[in-house]
Design a protein around this ligand. Sequence first.
Ligand SMILES: *[C@@H]1O[C@H](CO)[C@@H](O)[C@H](O)[C@H]1NC(C)=O
Ligand SMILES: *[C@@H]1O[C@H](CO)[C@@H](O)[C@H](O)[C@H]1NC(C)=O
Ligand SMILES: *[C@@H]1O[C@H](CO)[C@@H](O)[C@H](O)[C@H]1NC(C)=O
Ligand SMILES: *[C@@H]1O[C@H](CO)[C@@H](O)[C@H](O)[C@H]1NC(C)=O
Length: 296
Amino acid sequence: MAKMGRMISILWAFTIFTVATAQSELNTTNQVFNDDFQILFASDHFKTTENGQIWEVMLDKKSGSGFQTKHSYRFGWFTMKLKLVAGDSAGVVTAYYMASKDFETRDELDFEFLGNRSGQPYALQTNIYVNGVGLREQRNELWFDPTEDFHTYSFLWNNHQIIFFVDLVPLRVYRHTNVTDDVYPKTRPMYVFSSIWNADNWATMGGLEKTDWTKAPFVSSYKKFNADACMWEDPFPACVSTTGENWWDQPGAWTLTEAQKLDYAWARRNFLIYDYCLDTKRFNDTLPVECSVSPW
Ligand SMILES: *[C@@H]1O[C@H](CO)[C@@H](O)[C@H](O)[C@H]1NC(C)=O
Ligand SMILES: *[C@@H]1O[C@H](CO)[C@@H](O)[C@H](O)[C@H]1NC(C)=O
Ligand SMILES: *[C@@H]1O[C@H](CO)[C@@H](O)[C@H](O)[C@H]1NC(C)=O
Ligand SMILES: *[C@@H]1O[C@H](CO)[C@@H](O)[C@H](O)[C@H]1NC(C)=O
């Protein structure tokens, strides 16, 4: 029953987004890595498949690797398909995230996929940093095996809300309201990053499960990046739309649609593992200000 409801609402959400993304979907089918990206670190642990359409980051005992967009953006829709390290991936973190450039004062939006022992489910951790401060972790399980096939992970970012989507299901909403004005990322343009690294000091079962290096190399794959977004240009707030029409800034993208609200509730009810906004103990009963804001 819940499954059926979700299927129907995904269809609605899909219709809305197809209109906006169909054009650029077409154009990303033959995406050239070097047009959009540059290697962030360890080019010897990165490769593209023969046809150039799939980008692989590799982790072994020596190094992980990563790549990032050449341009930064302020507001838009950012989407990528990922297929994660299969088998024993405990300790390994694969990430798809956005971040502004000065580390100390950065704004950042994270999808972090925390690996697990064979047969145990991945956890998807999301986090939001504002002006260098994070501590806004949320963790979910997924309703599919993210190592079996590519799935779509997307950010919608405008001046009203930030949404983290998994296959177009809104997993997390962060809203700009009067009370959150100081903790809402809005002025710093962000680059989009992809990477893999060893995090066996914290990632799996709180760091108890260590990376099994006999299983290395660990490989995660990315494809079909798309940014329907405003490409950054100085001075603030100038930017150039990459599609000619800022649908992500229009009122239709300022709050969740009715169908998206159902999907959000479904995902939260069935797949939420941890939410810092429910962790009163951690914050000594004084939760961060944004925790008082409803998702719509
Ligand atoms: C997509 O490609 C078509 C054909 O090459 C071109 O006419 C169109 O402007 C492109 N659209 C975008 C959004 O780049
Ligand atoms: C938020 O600020 C605007 C502009 O100052 C004001 O009109 C509005 O009433 C405020 N809303 C709330 C909920 O405080
Ligand atoms: C790993 O699997 C265990 C057992 O199913 C689960 O409790 C945990 O949340 C999973 N994920 C991580 C990242 O530890
Ligand atoms: C909560 O209180 C403990 C003990 O007083 C303190 O060590 C800790 O830093 C506090 N945490 C926060 C988030 O204020």
